[in-house]
Design a protein around this ligand. Structure first.
Ligand code: C2O
Ligand code: CU
Length: 446
């Protein structure tokens, strides 16, 4: 088994051919039984994996590789993924990280479905309503299964250039431009160094001089990382949502939260290439033989709190229907009967943490504070939240919409969202071992 099969040209799904023409996104949602535009089968196996560089580990594959195949859809299309568990002991699921799918499709074992046992199948179906960069991963024993290979990228392309932004209407017969973007999954497998799409070291992405290339980066590891490039770039999207009027970034690196995505736009120079660098791995964007030096890591992070320019949120966060505190700490106690020092939420742990209760249509405000001694990348399923303030300093840039947010020790974040997706939703730390060590609760609709 060879890793690294899941990127670039190996994409499955065919956003070009299906007939999604002249049908609005809303109409599509209204007919959940309509035929799939994008159909993918993913076969999960437990097996020995050997990465292209020679590193090997006992892990998991999807269709024989890790990362699994890149899935591509167009906004408005019906996506159908048949998950077949061929041999993963203990079962698997697929969670569509960052895509606000209907509750029953969220793939959380034990909550929205049972894990798919060896020999069984489960079909996921959802309309790709939000364009952007996302990823999928198993949500069964995820701290082990994701680490050891059960994940891949899913990209939803905008309905079409020139489509009606309000309705997502696609002009009939419109073919999308060839995918010139690059998809980058940063991942560290058991016992290996960090990889980029399953490859250690350097990966190439072909592009002509002068080309503007979108580099879609997902951090599939359990700890935060950073990316940077020389010559200036723009952060055009965060967690799948476009940044409003992103400025040129120079001399700064960009944090990529565990589970989070950052889309960079880089411009290929007239001669040479541009190197998008992360600790240990890089993507060289340019003509086939062109190269570029390794850019040194800038000491400072770009602050997304004041990056880009303001734009309407679409709701009023100043008048929330519900306000919650989400206070992260650490304390000795019993978690599911096991003694230890566990993460706590509002002083409680595990099943003792009350769910956050909302009603459909509520504007929800949440203050997340962290006094636990470590950073926690917090991830709410089924919703995007907008950052209003950090440590009391109000956000002043583009609306900073996230599904994965690093909350450092000693920090507090004010976030808000609209409860518009009824269901029972996990809300947990994406340093996945922390989620099983207590840093997991749920959002429930009354
Ligand atoms: Cu990406 Cu609950 O997870
Ligand atoms: Cu954590």
């Amino acid at each position: 088994v060879i890793g690294g099969g899941g990127h670039g040209h190996g994409a499955v799904g065919d956003p070009a051919s299906p007939d999604a023409s002249a049908v609005s996104v809303t109409e599509l949602t209204a007919d959940p039984m309509r035929p799939a535009d994008v159909h993918v089968e993913l076969r999960a196996r437990a097996e020995r994996v050997t990465l292209p560089g020679g590193d090997g580990f006992d892990g998991y594959t999807l269709n024989g590789s890790t990362p699994g195949p890149e899935i591509r859809a167009r906004q408005g299309q019906m996506v159908e993924v048949l998950l077949r568990n061929e041999s993963v002991p203990g079962g698997v699921t697929l969670h569509w990280h960052g895509i606000d799918v209907p509750g029953a499709m969220d793939g959380v074992a034990g909550v929205t479905q049972d894990a798919v046992a060896p020999g069984e199948v489960f079909t996921y179906r959802f309309v790709a309503e939000q364009a952007g960069t996302y990823w999928y991963h198993s949500h069964q024993v995820s701290h082990e299964q994701v680490h050891a290979g059960l994940f891949g990228a899913i990209v939803i392309e905008p309905a079409a250039d020139g489509a009606d932004a309000g309705t997502g209407e696609v002009p009939p017969g419109e073919a999308p431009a060839a995918a010139a973007d690059a998809v980058v999954l940063l991942h560290t497998y058991p016992g290996t160094s960090r990889t980029l799409n399953g490859v250690a070291g350097e990966v190439r992405h072909g592009a002509a001089p002068g080309a503007h290339v979108r580099v879609r980066i997902a951090n599939t590891d359990s700890t935060p990382t950073a990316v940077w490039a020389e010559g200036g770039f723009r952060v055009v999207a965060v967690d799948g949502t476009d940044v409003h009027e992103p400025g040129l970034v120079e001399g700064r690196k960009v944090r990529v939260t565990a589970g989070g995505r950052i889309d960079l736009e880089v411009v290929v120079p007239a001669t040479g290439a541009v190197r998008v660098q992360a600790p240990g791995v890089s993507l060289l964007v340019g003509p086939d033989d062109a190269t570029a030096p390794t850019p040194p890591s800038p000491p400072e992070f770009l602050d997304l709190l004041d990056y880009g320019t303001p734009a309407p949120l679409g709701f009023d966060p100043e008048r929330p229907d519900r306000s919650f505190a989400y206070d992260i700490g650490r304390a000795p106690g019993f978690l599911a009967g096991v003694p230890g020092i566990w993460w706590t939420i509002n002083g409680r742990m595990g099943d003792d943490v009350p769910m956050f209760m909302v009603r459909e249509g509520d504007v929800v405000a949440m203050r997340i504070t962290n006094g636990s001694g470590e950073v926690h990348p917090m991830h709410l399923h089924g919703h995007h939240v907008v950052v209003l303030a950090r440590n009391g300093v109000p956000a002043s840039g583009s609306p900073w919409w996230v599904d994965s947010l690093d909350v450092d020790n000693g920090e507090s974040y004010d976030v808000a969202f609209v409860a518009d997706n009824p269901g029972l939703w996990a809300d947990h730390c994406h340093t996945l071992p922390h989620a099983v060590e207590g840093l997991m609760t749920h959002l429930m609709y009354e």
